[in-house]
Design a protein around this ligand. Sequence first.
Ligand code: NAD
Length: 324
Amino acid sequence: MGRTLITGGAGYIGIELVDELLQAGREVTVLDRLLHGQTDRADELRERGVTVVEGDIRDTVARGHALHGAEAVVHLAAIVGDPACARDPQLAQEVNVDASFALAAEAADAGVEHFVMASTCSNYGRMADPTTPIDETGVLAPVSLYAEQKVAIEQHLLGLDPAPFAVTCLRFATVYGVAPRMRFDLTVNEFTRDLWADRELEVFGEQFWRPYVHVRDAARGIAAVLGAPREQVAGEVFNIGDTRENYRKLDLVEEIRKQTDKGNVSYVQRTEDPRDYKVAFEKVHATLGYEVTRTVPEGIAELLRALDEGFFPDAFEPRYRNTP
Ligand SMILES: NC(=O)c1ccc[n+]([C@@H]2O[C@H](COP(=O)([O-])OP(=O)(O)OC[C@H]3O[C@@H](n4cnc5c(N)ncnc54)[C@H](O)[C@@H]3O)[C@@H](O)[C@H]2O)c1
């Protein structure tokens, strides 16, 4: 098995993916700017035999260095999420769009055989009928710059003609769960933390549907795609998650409430973030036999346990979120 380059490999999903690939016997290079202060995490990766290139994906030299010897690329590095992209659209354009296009072109020149792009179910945006789960052939209706950029990258990569490598785009459900580089700006993690901390949790758009996937299962989905025969995954888009794991925010609160009675919840009206989508995940199951191993209630239990045990001395630290 050849070397895999993971851009953003020191991130929330990235470190879990490194772990999956090392266990599968792959050699791994990580290209990451350590935007959220993950220096300790990068050192741990080096100790485990990972080649860590601490650099910016906008930098041609860093990209060239990282691509050296890579047979596959998993492209996770990004300005992640609607708020972070809205806050600095120029940076988001440079990192998410321009650098992705440059990386793909250089990967082709470097002889990379498989390019796996981290996309998002946010691409489905606001569905006309969110009660029927949407599959990979459904209409994309992004409602944020972040999702518009992901749609543009998907279209660019899948439209390369002739295809210089096998391209697979993975539309992840919203991720949750405890991981070495923690994010508390994701719905399940944030709601659980805030109630655990006995705070007042303001929930808007409580009726809106969204799918969720555990961070380890997100990484397992990528590993499954990398391990599959190329012809099964080349030129394909897969939603990564489980159809049974679609929840309204209201449902999430109810699930957390079953496990802790701390904190208060108030439902408020706000016009921002009108994402409302219920997603079908049959394709990845039918094609690759992929199944999730954890559910949202299990993830909530895991989060509460980690918080109780003091795993995060201050779970409200800014480094646990992608915007200040
Ligand atoms: N977490 C989710 O719910 C979710 C859902 C759908 C899709 N995704 C996608 O998965 C990918 C990983 O997300 P994550 O949740 O692990 O986020 P994350 O913020 O933890 O990881 C992103 C990583 O990219 C790095 N990075 C940012 N800008 C960089 C740059 N210019 N050069 C090099 N490295 C840079 C950061 O340091 C970080 O380690 C992203 O592409 C994201 O859009 C995530």
